[in-house]
Design a protein around this ligand. Structure first.
Ligand code: SF4
Ligand code: SF4
Length: 359
């Protein structure tokens, strides 16, 4: 039985242990998420979630932790920074239309396993402090309002681009949660520090941030390149540029990311030189190479076909060359209708841009 008087010192110990274990921050919140729930329901009603049916299928379980795990009264949130050290400067990649841009979080190993294993260890350490208790660990795996919870736990505020950001660390971090039945003292909700800034809204290539805090996923390149299974809507193809897995523009322009630090986690270091690779090189990966080179990476979950689809669109946005046209034409001869339609679009784009440059 936990003595209530000990709860403040237990909370301090949990935060200290979390930092010793390699989390950069740790906070505690209660489970009252009415505002976030109202916001979520309106977002779903607007159909901004696109094909992400999992966002609505759990009803109130997402916004009411106690409905998901009975007796949960507090959530311990942790932050783990992921910006990979030595990665090629992002804008120099985005501005080179023959290069492939991959979101910074996906350049290294898949974060789910790294974070979950460490959270499990933290949960066990808490057991050493308090004795048997009820807990569940989450990393992006269940209906959990991780950003709203982390904001309540004081880890940062939800910016106008809808990511969580902190004054000390910007926004290049992952979040994880432990739902617990221990009535620990809650931390203070983070205050808001976007001010009048609109850099993320202005920088979004597809105008997906339709208003502050309102991201229409159906327009978002992250969603389109990762979650969206159908053809990339033609209206967004040019704006995709060379972004073949995710998009970081709204975070790259955020002034608070000046304060972010590279991660020391070797698991998040760049693999297979994915920070500095041409579109053509990746297009030439066959499925076996794709599976081998994306083993243990978040990229693998989109599968080879979506991977190729994204690269094909990006090739259509690149500078025309004999090699690119030959590669696309060869692929066209043995593609299904889905990829063939993207290839035809890209070949037409390249032809138009070549005609424009050499009338
Ligand atoms: S990830 Fe890219 S497309 Fe999506 S909101 Fe941010 S800038 Fe816009
Ligand atoms: S770019 Fe500006 S408005 Fe957008 S999240 Fe950062 S501080 Fe907020």
């Amino acid at each position: 039985m936990i003595n209530d008087h000990n709860l403040p010192s237990i909370a301090l110990s949990i935060k200290k242990i979390a930092k010793e274990m390699g989390f950069q921050d740790c906070g505690i919140s209660d489970t009252e998420l009415t505002d976030a729930e109202n916001f979520l329901f309106q977002w779903l009603k607007n159909k901004f979630h696109g094909e992400m049916d999992y966002m609505q299928k759990h009803g109130s379980k997402r916004s009411r932790p106690n409905d998901l795990i009975p007796d949960t009264c507090r959530v311990i949130s942790v932050r783990m920074d992921y910006f990979p050290p030595h990665a090629k400067e992002a804008w120099s990649v985005i501005n080179d239309n023959t290069a492939a841009f991959i979101s910074r979080y996906a350049l290294g190993r898949d974060y789910h396993k790294v974070l979950r294993n460490r959270l499990q260890k933290l949960a066990k350490k808490i057991e050493e402090l308090v004795g048997p208790y009820q807990y569940r660990v989450f990393v992006d795996s269940a209906p959990v309002m991780e950003k709203a919870i982390a904001e309540k736990a004081g880890l940062g505020w939800i910016g106008k681009h809808s990511n969580l950001l902190s004054r000390d660390a910007g926004s290049w971090f992952f979040l994880g949660e432990i739902y617990v039945d221990i009535p620990l003292p809650s931390d203070e909700t983070s205050s808001f520090h976007c001010g009048d800034c609109t850099s993320c809204i202005d920088a979004c290539p597809t105008n997906a941030i339709i208003a502050p805090f309102q991201v229409d996923a159906r327009r978002c390149i992250s969603y389109l390149t990762i979650e969206h299974k159908g053809p990339i809507p033609v209206e967004f193809r040019q704006a995709m540029g060379n972004r073949i897995y995710g998009c970081d523009d709204c975070q790259l322009v955020c002034p608070w990311n000046r304060f972010s630090e590279d991660t020391a986690e070797t698991d998040f270091s760049v693999r297979h030189q994915l920070d500095d690779v041409t579109l053509l090189e990746l297009f030439n990966w066959d499925e076996t190479t794709f599976l081998a080179n994306t083993e243990g990476s978040a990229i693998r979950r989109i599968g080879y076909e979506r991977w190729q689809r994204n690269i094909i669109v990006a090739l259509g946005n690149s500078t025309s060359s004999a090699e690119i046209i030959a590669a696309l034409t060869l692929k066209l001869s043995n593609s299904n209708d889905y990829l063939a339609e993207h290839i035809e679009w890209s070949l037409a784009q390249l032809k138009n841009s070549a005609t424009f440059q050499h009338p």
